[in-house]
Design a binder for this molecule. Structure first.
Ligand code: SAH
Ligand code: SF4
Length: 419
């Protein structure tokens, strides 16, 4: 989401006057730090980054802080680091052209109307389009700061989404990634009158776009994974067979304390349904270890879900207490060494599972969409089920979807040859 927000910022700046991106700090007239605040680490990194930029930036260059930490800390960022010229919250991207010339401007409100969601066109990679379908979040998971920084959930009107995807397809994109905190809650809250459309219906509409070949989305919420949605996922040939199902914890007791709204059994049942309807699909997940009150037994439940589902990809984190969240006030915070040991055990076991999965790929054929030129005469792309491939080749492969046989296996990626 932050990557897409950054693209929106570039598009907004370009509406005002042409800007060029640079990797060279001493050349930049404007430096924007687009922040995350989901865990504490990126927040503390922000101030050290500002220090580095202050030291090495060109005279007169402006520094802006945007994104979730901007929403959360607001004017305090300028108080702590007066070198910062402006602060712009995650929901205020369209105000960027107004704030860059105002010294110490702070815009962090959480309002939304559809007019604030119409950006210029800018895509880092024109072959793949990221498209927001909703903003904010209507849940209140007790560990999570996102509802406080990105505001109430609102769905973007269906026709805006379809128009945006059509434009991207006309500019060369064959793949779209639909973005939202709970994509499969789409259609619950529109800011203005519009025909009802839930996520499954949206997927059907998107898949009718001529020239679009692949649809991905992130993140769906396990709670809203009804059979109709999973059947659409399994049987719609344009939907890539890769699904993120964020577990967070395998213990029903901890899930309740997290206010996730589902149990271990529901989660396992939904994953089993995916495996049954679509055995070729890969499942990824997010797991938090060391949530307050997590006992050894609770953690064993998480390990048990890992064993049963055998996630192809895992994003795992140590619980990080966040301001503005309920769980930060809970008693029984877990000592750091206990949480670290759990994280290590979880990641080690997952690494073994991934090695087993990847080793079984040798010689298999996948359809790969080539989207990036790499060094060393290679081109990279992803298979339908999300595996990263490297193939010898050049520009002419870009934008093509071709069958590729796996010739070499490693943990994070596969080498292959076009067949
Ligand atoms: N809407 C998505 C999650 C967005 S935040 C969902 O519900 O799945 C991305 C991930 O960061 C979460 O899935 C969670 O695993 C992790 N996360 C969020 N808050 C956290 C915290 N306080 N400590 C550690 N990890 C956290
Ligand atoms: Fe955070 Fe929960 Fe909303 Fe995801 S669903 S963004 S974890 S509050």
């Amino acid at each position: 989401m932050n990557v897409r927000d950054s693209e929106h910022m570039i598009a907004e700046l370009n509406k005002k006057e042409p800007y060029e991106l640079t990797q060279n700090l001493s050349e930049a007239d404007l430096i924007i730090i687009n922040t995350c605040s989901v865990r504490e680490k990126p927040v503390s990194k922000l101030f050290s980054e500002i220090g580095v930029f202050r030291k090495h930036k060109k005279d007169g260059a402006k520094i802006g802080v945007t994104g979730c930490t901007a929403s959360h800390l607001g004017r305090d960022i300028i108080k702590r680091a007066p070198v910062v010229d402006f602060v712009l919250g995650a929901r205020n991207v369209s105000k960027l052209p107004n704030v860059i010339d105002k010294k110490h401007a702070v815009e962090i409100d959480l309002d939304y109307d559809d007019s604030t969601y119409s950006f210029g066109e800018y895509r880092t990679n024109p072959l793949k389009a990221m498209v927001n379908i909703s903003m904010g979040c209507d849940k209140s998971c007790t560990y999570c700061i996102v509802p406080a920084t990105r505001g109430e959930e609102v769905s973007i009107p269906t026709d805006l989404i379809i128009n945006e995807i059509e434009k991207a397809v006309n500019s060369g994109a064959k793949e779209v990634m639909l973005l939202g905190q709970n994509v499969n809650n789409y259609g619950k809250y529109f800011s203005s009158d519009q025909e009802k459309c839930n996520f499954t219906q949206l997927l059907r509409k998107v898949s009718q776009i001529d020239g679009l070949e692949r649809i991905r989305f992130t993140s769906p919420h396990p709670l809203h994974m009804d059979d109709e949605f999973l059947e659409e996922f399994a049987y719609n040939p344009k939907i890539c067979k890769q699904i993120h199902i964020p577990l967070q914890s395998g213990s029903s007791k901890i899930l309740k304390e997290m206010k996730r709204g589902y149990t271990k059994e529901w989660f396992l049942n939904r994953c089993a349904k995916v495996r049954e309807l679509c055995p070729e699909a890969t499942i990824s997940t997010d797991i938090i270890v060391g949530f307050p009150n997590e006992s050894d037994e609770d953690f064993e439940d998480t390990m048990d879900v890992l064993e049963q589902v055998r996630f192809e990809q895992l994003f795992s984190f140590k619980y990080s207490p966040r301001p503005l969240t309920q769980a930060a006030t809970y008693e029984n915070q877990i000592p750091n060494d206990v949480a670290s040991a759990r994280l290590t055990r979880l990641q080690k076991r997952h690494t073994q599972i991934v090695d087993e999965i990847m080793n079984s790929q040798m010689g298999k054929i996948h359809k790969v969409y080539f989207d990036e030129l790499k060094s060393g005469g290679k081109v990279s792309g992803r298979s339908d089920d999300g595996k990263l491939f490297f193939v010898k080749g050049s520009e002419e492969l870009l934008g093509q979807i071709l069958p590729v046989r796996v010739t070499k296996v490693s943990r994070g990626a596969l080498d292959g040859e076009v067949v």
